[in-house]
Ligand binder design. Sequence first.
Ligand code: F6R
Length: 612
Amino acid sequence: MCGIVGYVGREEAAPILLEGLGRLEYRGYDSAGIAVCTGKQLSVHKAKGRLRILSDMLDGGRLVKGCVGVGHTRWATHGAPSDVNSHPQVSRSGKIAVVHNGIIENYAELKAFLQEQGVPFTSETDTEVVAQLVEYFYEDGKVDILEAVGRCLHRIEGAYALGILCADAPEQMIAVRKDSPLILGFGDGCSFLASDVTAILRHTRRVAYLDDGDTAVLTREGVQCYNYLMQPIEKTVSYVDWEIDAAEKGGYEHFMFKEIMEQPEALRRAVFPRIRDGEVVLEDLSLTNKYIRGLHKLYIVACGSSYHVGMVGKYNLERILRLPVEVALASEFRYMEPIVDEHTLVVVISQSGETLDTMAALREAKRLGAKILSIVNVVGSSIARESDEVLYTWAGPEIAVATTKAYTTQLAVLDLLGLYLSKILGTMDAAERRTVLDEMLLLPEKMEKILEKKEDIQYFASRYFNHNSVFFIGRNIDYALGLEGSLKLKEISYIHSEAYASGELKHGTISLIEEGTLVVALGTYGKLFDKAMSNIVEVKTRGGDVLALTTESRQEEMAKTANGVIAIPDAHPMLMPSLGVAPLQLFSYYVALMRGCDIDKPRNLAKSVTVE
Ligand code: F6R
């Protein structure tokens, strides 16, 4: 979603800002802009469309002079993508420039107030209200810019990460955070601001995370932070230890492909340190056995692919824990009056750790008395910091908008959590748990085998890439897997696609099956294989073209009926979705490639969804 980069130092700011914004492109955006303090004036440049347009306009930043500046990539919420609606938004005198991630909920009311005072507006954005309101408090000259920002914060409601420049204070930048991530970076003789650490990693690895209500004043000499009462505070400095290369393509054509191929390694990182002597070791957890034995249910809350992980988890964890496991879309959770109390463990799943809906659900669950355990990829992210317990997925930075390695590692970590709890609850046969754990250690190798056969999947993609509608069907964990396969396909190839529990077809959807309709039938769950076969026959009878996914041991049988078969290594049923997802990811990738889609940045989508 929107991205922020800020720089206060001795070098020319514009090239640094443009380079930093380039590293945030993966988050999804529709326009970009920068503001730089040039003497006692602000030099503001904005352009709709790709960052390259802005960069070319400014000769890579060389046309803009000044060592203090802020940049932004915008993903439109209030007002269509356009040059004028892009950030930075500037106050009427041109003295104050603001970049903003999030939404100002009461902007209409504030705008009306300011208009009554004679303030003219040029954009349709909620952000312009912040710039104009800061100026409104500042322009009488009785308060300094920090005080004016403080007054503005008392009036605005909603979620915001703000970077603010004032032409009268050209040596500094002000940053504010509420419900939208913002990171400070510390360099030698310079300070940085970013919504995502990848934007500044080339310059510094020393960072600090702003908390809700924090304000920071960045200068060359360092950063002074204040809490919501504007009392000075010290922030803990963390060291980012992953390599910038991990966030670069490294010779691959697309991040998505690179990240698909990184899955074996990501699984090793997520799983291996957590299995010792045939048992799960979750050193990062501090849940007591008493608390675990007192649980009445688990509630999994997440969005998109992370929600699909939760759907697999429902089948797997309910079976081994003999506890109700509910799964809710985070965007629905807080409006459905969920039955949650201190005997509910709420498992929040989020790759980015910044998804606003998920964060809101987390807070609601906390308010209702539940303990929050989050499964998160981005260390230090907001969700991680607000959770009682965190299990990191250690998948490394995921740049492509469509998630791949984060899904796989989330699933592995959720399975590990289930196996861990099952031991304390005594609800799973110890020998079976041991088998699952032994097999989890084989997942990376099996995944490598699948990825080695990518050309087979490429072949199926070439056979089906010009279909306009696809159905994914499966039962039990195969249904949950189908949800992810279908989402992957639709989000990057723009092919209409739906996932159904196979048994539901006959209740309506089968009327859509006609000669040549592509149905991806998932039959990896051995226990229900025969039922999967019956559904495939139903589809074929109506003219459907069936591409099936099954295990190597069932491949031959499946080939007798399906039009095409993708086979993956056999494994314990619990683990089949962890393997089965890889060919579905590859299928989507190749289909999108053949259709000429923008794979890493699909239209209308953002990597980190920080609006409701
Ligand atoms: C799909 C995808 C999204 C995310 C969803 C939640 O490929 O990536 O559906 O899974 O936006 O994001 P996180 O996991 O960051 O909360």
